[in-house]
Design a protein around this ligand. Structure first.
Ligand code: SF4
Length: 82
């Protein structure tokens, strides 16, 4: 299974990924993108029905902020209350 997340420090809030894959990407209050199905926590795989849309967003992100890999990403959560 393929998982995704947005490396948010590299996102320039251009809006392209949400246009290409509106079911997969959304923006926080500052316009920075996140992977919508799991709020960028890398616990939900990319649905098969969204693969084409994901590919378009992934390939066209101008800063390569969108990541994907076969398994979940290791997310460092510094919020102890989460
Ligand atoms: S396409 Fe890339 S740079 Fe643009 S909003 Fe999405 S993640 Fe950020």
């Amino acid at each position: 299974m393929d998982y995704s997340r947005v490396q948010q420090e590299n996102c320039i809030a251009c809006g392209l990924c949400q246009l290409k894959a509106p079911h997969l990407f959304d923006y926080d209050a500052e316009g920075i993108a996140y992977f919508k199905p799991d709020h960028n926590q890398s616990v939900t795989p990319i649905p098969d029905s969204e693969r084409t849309a994901f590919k378009a967003a992934y390939q066209q992100c101008p800063t390569h902020a969108i990541q994907h890999q076969k398994g979940p990403f290791q997310i460092c959560n510094t919020n102890k209350n989460a």
